[in-house]
Every structure is written in structure tokens, then in C-alpha cells.
Ligand binder design. Sequence first.
Ligand code: FES
Length: 106
Amino acid sequence: MVAVKYIQADGVEYNVSVPVGSTLMQGAVSNMVEGILAECGGSCACATCHCYVGDEWLSKLSEADELEKETLEMVDNVMRGSRLSCQITVTEAMDGITVNIPESQC
Ligand code: FES
């Protein structure tokens, strides 16, 4: 398990433990973190699991593949650090990561 902090746009924080090998989306949904909708269930088709990852953590994540980049094009509020949380597999190196949730999805 690794510690993950999800922060909503209004500042509400969720400090949860997420199993290594699951995804940041699964960690949010299973802990009832509001704002990660994950309508497609993690198949990289809906972009409603959009999140922001800080620069200090990006190097610890696998890079977005072409499908994730294409799906992110559906999102209006893309910024530096935008990722689809269903495409980020949790590793030990991510212990303590902070994940920011956009004000709205798509
Ligand atoms: Fe649909 Fe991530 S859950 S793209």
C-alpha cells in the first residue's frame, strides 16, 4: 500500500492507502473520492478520471501512451501535469503522491 493524497478543487483532501498494482483511479473510486467519475471503468475512453500530477511526481510515473494522449484531447481543462488516473499504475515509488482533481470532468 502507498499513501495517496487526493485534493479536490475546493481544497477538500482525502488521505488514503492504495494498493500497489492498482490504478490511481481505482484508489479514488474505492475510497469514494469525489470528482473522479471513471465512467468507462478504466478503459481510457471517457476522460472522466482526469487529474493533475505535480512536476515532482511526473518522473516517477510511466509516461502517457498515445491512447491516453488522444483521450486527454477530450478534456477542456488540460494543464501541465494532466493525466488520466486510470492509466497510472500505483508503484512503491509513488508513496506520498498528491493528486489534484479538476473542478469538473470534461
Ligand atoms: Fe475512463 Fe479513465 S476511467 S478514461
